[in-house]
Design a protein around this ligand. Structure first.
Ligand code: NI
Ligand code: MN
Length: 224
């Protein structure tokens, strides 16, 4: 697995020979001004919910790359009206794609598209194939439903969790989430982009270490 961080909750993850782009919010993000969205390749664009800070560049990148959008039925329908192709899903469902299996899991947050269109419930994704499995939580509170993930999905190698607090879990709840999902290797997202989600990196990392867990806070543009 090769991951590239484009800021906020946007990651490009090469998985099963395909390029999966998650929650593209790059051009409006002042911190990501050095990222050229015209150079980003994607086979699939996965959208956790309809908020602007997760979908801002989805249309532009999908148009140029021809990527398939994987999201809720409502979000895929909205992009379909713009001529973009997608694979609609809903919470609890899984589908086998050419890179692996995507399971759409619940998230506790809100969701509406930029023009006010209803976007269904927000979701997270568990993505797996014979080699690896990871969880992209999207914007969510800590939720008891996370306990279902180890019961219904392959063992996770990695999880991407929001840690910015205010709109989502903070790092303290993300530590409990990592217990619930039985995964000790966490990449943080949804931090530092706005004043509301500024995080003290050392405090957050140290809190994870104290529980024997690893929290990576990627730098924008970093490949790992
Ligand atoms: Ni949101
Ligand atoms: Mn958000």
């Amino acid at each position: 697995m090769k991951l590239t961080y484009f800021g906020h909750s946007c990651f490009l993850i090469e998985f099963g020979g395909k390029k999966l782009l998650f929650d593209p919010f790059i051009s409006p993000n002042e911190l990501a001004k050095d990222i050229d969205i015209n150079s980003i390749e994607a086979d699939y664009i996965l959208l956790s919910h309809g908020h602007e800070d997760h979908v801002a560049d989805a249309e532009t990148i999908a148009k140029r790359t021809g990527a398939t959008i994987i999201a809720t039925f409502e979000i895929v329908t909205w992009y379909g009206k713009k001529g973009l192709k997608g694979h609609p899903m809903n919470t609890g469902g899984k589908w086998k794609f050419d890179f692996g299996t995507v399971k759409m899991v619940s998230a506790v947050h809100s969701s509406v598209l930029p023009d006010g269109t209803y976007a269904a419930n927000p979701v997270g994704f568990v993505i797996s194939n014979d080699e690896n499995a990871f969880y992209f939580a999207g914007d969510t509170a800590l939720t008891w439903d996370m306990k279902l993930i180890p019961m219904t999905c392959p063992k996770l190698d990695l999880a991407i969790l929001s840690i910015g607090d205010n709109f989502t879990m903070g790092y303290e709840d993300a530590i409990i989430a990592s217990d619930f999902i039985e995964c000790n290797k966490i990449i943080g997202c949804h931090f530092d982009t706005f004043g509301y989600v500024k995080v003290d990196h050392e405090v957050a990392k140290t809190a994870f270490e104290a529980k024997g867990k690893e929290l990576m806070l990627p730098v924008i543009g970093e490949v790992f």
